[in-house]
Design a protein around this ligand. Structure first.
Ligand code: GPV
Length: 792
């Protein structure tokens, strides 16, 4: 390893050791690791090709990967070797790992799920390809200026992205606009714009290098680099037109999480990567198969939400316009390849395009969608339509074109059947299935929490790394005082690590023995960070009134970004920061309560915060969070959850037992019922003197004396509408927090509950989730040798 690093330093980077920066060392280490990856990757790729076995194609607008050095080193079993080699070279492994920027090609849970799935597919030995977009700028970076969010562009590609291989030979034209002509019973699309999609491949190597898959991200290139004739004529704009479109398409990740913006460029991005992916998988298929009708035996195409839903009409278009299949046959064939995952019930997140806009960008696809509607209506009278009220409904399109539709937690799937797709579900009662989300324990325990994972491996061996159910053996250790002490010591070490980081980066000192209470996720009204900060103020009031009442010291930690155009979410951020400033400078409560909100929450920050958490905040309005996956990461790392009966919380509570979970709040059914009561919010506030007081303080400008009216709108909204029922759940949340305070005082018992949480998380491995998809939706198997781990 040492020689390899030095060789890459010299011949890859043109440097000698004496003049190398941390960046140079990181690049050299990464190249050395990459060589090893390739040695696993190429045989897998050859095997997948030679066996002709069915492949999974996972189409996703987002892959939220984070850093890769440590992930790669860990999956290849090279962490110790790398550390030792660098040490001999006088370099520090940790410093080098920390130099890597996050690959932030996603907004939140949906993108991170795709990344966990790629890890599990490789570990399980399922031939698969992830398809997405190689954004030049990932999710924006967040700063706070006087407590308010400011966005800066992210620039990860300004340095070499060493993990990828450019594939200049893999190129497909992607066309837009123009018009369609019909003659001789055939459609001829004459587009007005073309860009070229070109591939960049990143190897994804599973645990111990047993199998490797590919993440193929598409970049756009102009059809002609440059129009010299126009330029010479003096028409400089025309000379760069094709170049401008190409650059724009992959320029930036849309920063909206579960809210759609309906922009034409977004539609172009969606079609760009979907069409490239469909062309690519068809080329691969046709290089070894003669009969296009056998495509469903070779390709399972999974749509991560509706963003790639244009895959249905695109596949039909190629089958009909190029391969001359009949429309009905093409629709049926495409359906057998396609699966669709729904990730939200929020109406504002369901993609709809105005028909005029859609037809302008994709005129041929609009015709095909009409045919799909007609075909479906012929078979199912009165069925919901894709084209309705002048809109193209991507949810209906994805549903009708998929042979299976899945929700992402038991509750969510149930609500999908009862609400958004109720009518379609009645027509196709077998189509909707559940696949509860999961997380990869390789990243979210093994690598991010060496203190705990080392202890677990010492006790159980390392089988849990590929079989998380084995953690259940830890349940028998809840009475083992010595083991529990070590478990607690691991948590404490992680809390000290976090406390030091908070002091260094924010200048706030926090006590590692206080309860670390963490809410990290996108800022959204339905996730109710607002309720958390209101509860924080209520607690502070009580602490000030009775400082000697034996309080459990707390550190409230927040992390998360708001969509740049989401005004209310930005107000909530401002309020949290305003409250933090006042509380953190209060002499009376300085040993009892702190509020910490580090800016620019990302995957890397999650890897530090989650192992250090005691309490995990999963407090969304019941019925709104499709699943959540952070909830699983916290419980796996031994945090207790305070949460509502929402998303996967329901299943987490079942697995850890109700006595190890702090439940509060209305159920999804009660939420729907409560909303029908006029004035429910005002009534709830009037019934809660504690909440009234908090809202009064905010309105009076207690946290923003320079600008007293700052939160009048926000508080007024709580009185008048409160769609997410912050007011109704507030008292129950406050009381449950005090139960958590009490429980925390009994350190032994808390440790036992935390240990049961860790021990009960086997079900929430993304390995289990992927086996479910493989069995119920994709009908694919593992290529790992007999006797090894396989997807049943
Ligand atoms: I739709 N989700 C997301 O992160 N972005 C989106 O655009 C959409 C959904 C999330 C859900 O909100 C989470 O509840 C869920 O755990 C996650 O997708 C993965 O399924």
């Amino acid at each position: 390893m040492k020689d390899e690093i030095l060789r890459h330093l010299r011949y890859g980077l043109g440097k000698d050791a004496a003049h190398s920066s941390v960046y140079d060392w990181r690049m050299a280490l990464s190249r050395a690791l990459r060589d090893r990856m390739v040695d696993h990757w190429i045989p897998s790729t050859q095997e997948a090709y030679a066996s002709g076995s069915k492949r999974v194609y996972y189409l996703s607008m987002e892959f939220l990967i984070g850093r890769l050095v440590e992930d790669m080193a860990s999956n290849l079993g090279l962490v110790d070797e790398a550390k030792a080699a660098l040490k001999e070279l006088g370099q520090d492994y940790e410093t080098i790992v920390k130099d890597e920027p996050d690959a932030a090609l996603g907004n939140g849970g949906l993108g991170r799920l795709a990344a966990c799935f790629m890890d599990s597919l490789a570990t399980l030995g399922i031939p698969a390809m992830g398809y997405g977009i190689r954004y030049e700028h990932g999710l924006f970076e967040q700063d706070f200026v006087e407590g308010q969010q400011v966005e800066r562009p992210e620039t990860w590609l300004q340095q070499d992205h060493i993990w990828e291989f450019e594939r200049p030979e893999v190129q497909y034209p992607i066309t837009f606009g123009g018009h369609v002509e019909h003659h001789d019973g055939k459609a001829h699309w004459h587009p007005s714009e073309t860009v070229i999609a070109t591939a960049f491949d990143t190897p994804v190597i599973g645990w111990e290098g047993r199998w490797g898959n590919t993440l193929r991200l598409w970049a756009a290139m102009p059809t002609k680099v440059f129009d010299l004739a126009s330029f010479n004529r003096g028409d400089y704009l025309a000379a760069g037109r094709s170049e401008a479109l190409a650059r724009t398409i992959c320029r930036v990740l849309y920063p909206d999480d579960t809210t759609e913006t309906g922009k034409e460029l977004r539609l172009k991005q969606e079609y760009f990567f979907t069409s490239a992916s469909i062309q690519d998988l068809l080329r691969r298929f046709l290089s070894t198969h003669a009969d296009i009708r056998t495509l469903p035996d070779a390709a399972a195409i999974q749509l991560n939400d509706t963003h790639p839903a244009i895959a249905g009409p695109e596949l039909v278009r190629v089958l009909v316009d190029k391969h001359e299949l009949g429309m009905d046959e093409a629709i049926a064939l495409a359906r057998r390849c396609l699966g669709y995952t729904n990730h939200t019930l929020l109406p504002e997140a369901l993609e709809r395009w105005p028909e005029w806009l859609f037809g302008r960008v994709l005129p041929r696809h609009l015709e095909i969608i009409r045919e799909i509607d007609a075909d479906h209506l012929r078979r199912h009278e009165g069925a919901p339509k894709i084209l309705d009220h002048g809109n193209v409904n991507m949810g209906e399109l994805a549903f009708i074109m998929a042979h299976k539709v899945n929700g992402v937690s038991a509750l969510h799937t149930d609500l999908v059947k009862k609400t958004v797709f109720n009518d379609l579900h009645k027509i196709h009662p077998q189509r909707i299935v559940n696949q509860t989300n999961g997380i990869t324990q390789r990243r979210w325990l093994k690598t991010c929490n060496p203190a705990l994972s080392g202890l677990i491996t010492r006790e159980l061996g390392n089988g849990w790394v590929t079989d998380l159910d084995l953690l259940s053996q830890l349940k028998s250790r809840t009475g083992d005082v010595a083991f529990k002490e070590e478990f607690v010591a691991a948590k404490r070490a992680n809390k000290v690590r976090l406390a030091n980081w908070v002091t260094e980066t924010m200048g706030i000192s926090i006590d590692p023995d206080a309860m670390f209470d963490v809410q990290i996720k996108r800022i959204h009204e339905y996730k109710r960070q607002l309720m958390n900060i209101l509860e924080t103020v209520a607690l502070w009031n009580e602490m000030r009134a009775h400082p000697d009442a034996g309080w459990t010291p707390r550190v409230k930690i927040f992390g998360g970004k708001a969509a740049p155009g989401y005004h209310v979410a930005k107000e909530i951020i401002h309020l949290i920061n305003d409250v933090a400033a006042v509380i953190n400078s209060d002499e009376i409560t300085k040993d009892l309560l702190k509020v910490v909100y580090p800016p620019n929450y990302n995957v890397t920050m999650a890897e530090v915060l989650i192992p250090a958490a005691d309490l995990s905040e999963q407090i969304s309005t019941a019925g709104k969070e499709a699943s959540g996956t952070g909830n699983m990461k916290f419980a796996l790392n031994g945090a207790l959850t305070i949460g509502t009966l929402d998303g996967a919380n329901v299943e987490i509570r079942e697995h850890v037992g109700p006595e190890n979970f702090f439940l509060f709040g209305l159920t999804a059914e009660e939420v729907m019922e409560r909303r029908t009561q006029p004035g429910f919010a005002r009534a709830a506030i009037e019934a809660s003197p504690r909440l009234q007081r908090v809202l009064g303080q905010i309105v009076e400008g207690r946290f923003c004396p320079q600008d007293q009216g700052r939160y009048h709108g926000l508080v007024g909204m709580l009185y008048d509408s409160d769609y997410f029922l912050v007011t109704c759940d507030f008292d129950s949340y406050y009381d449950t927090q005090r139960r958590a305070d009490e429980a925390y005082k009994n350190a032994r018992n808390w440790a036992a509950m935390a240990l049961v949480n860790t021990a009960s998380m086997g079900f929430f491995s993304s390995d289990r989730t992927i086996k479910g998809y493989a069995h119920d939706i994709w009908h694919v198997g593992s290529r790992l040798g007999a006797g090894e781990e396989a997807a049943e």
